[in-house]
Design a protein. Structure first.
Length: 159
C-alpha cells in the first residue's frame, strides 16, 4: 500500500526508523566528551538522584551507576551510538528499539521528575517531550517491522 502515491507504508516506517537512529547519533555527537565522561554525567546524575522524589528508585539507580563510575559514562555513549547505528542501518533493529526504549525511559525517570531541590534541575520538563516522542516512535518501530525495507536486517534475512 502506498501513501500519497509516493512511498509505501514500509518505506515510511523505514524513514521513521532512520530518522530516530540519526537522532540518537546526533545525541552522541553533541556531548562535550572530556567533561561528560570525567565528571559531568556522573555528577549531574548523582545530584538528580540526591534530589529524586522517590528515594528507593534513586537508590537502585545510584547502585547501578556507581558500581563502575569511570565506565558508566562510556556505556551511555556506546549504548546511544549502538542504538543510533542499529536503527539507522536497520541492523538488529528490534534489539536496538528495545535498548532505545530503555534508555529513553531511564532518562525520563531520572531527569524528568520534579527534584526536591528545584535548583538542581530547573528544566526537568523541558527535554522530556523529546523522550516521549522518541518512545512513541520506538514502539512503532518495534511493533511494525520497520526493518522490512532499506535495512541490513532485510538484506541478511534477519527477523
Amino acid at each position: 500500500m502506498d501513501i500519497f502515491q509516493f512511498l509505501t507504508i514500509e518505506q515510511w516506517l523505514a524513514i521513521l526508523r532512520i530518522g530516530i537512529g540519526l537522532w540518537w547519533i546526533k545525541s552522541v555527537l553533541h556531548k562535550e566528551y572530556p567533561k561528560f565522561v570525567q565528571t559531568g554525567m556522573m555528577g549531574w546524575t548523582n545530584a538528580l538522584l540526591d534530589n529524586h522524589p522517590v528515594p528507593a528508585f534513586a537508590a537502585v539507580i545510584r547502585r547501578i551507576i556507581n558500581f563502575q563510575p569511570t565506565i558508566f559514562p562510556y556505556l551511555i555513549v556506546l549504548g546511544e551510538l549502538a542504538v543510533g547505528i542499529g536503527l539507522t542501518l536497520g541492523f538488529l533493529t528490534p534489539i536496538a528499539a528495545i535498548v532505545a526504549l530503555l534508555l529513553n525511559f531511564n532518562y525520563i525517570t531520572v531527569s524528568g521528575v520534579r527534584p526536591k531541590d528545584i535548583t538542581i534541575n530547573e528544566c526537568f520538563r523541558v527535554d522530556q517531550g523529546q523522550n516521549f516522542v522518541m518512545i512513541v516512535a520506538e514502539i512503532v518501530i518495534f511493533f511494525t517491522g520497520s526493518w522490512a525495507v532499506w535495512s541490513l536486517d532485510n538484506l541478511l534475512g534477519l527477523f
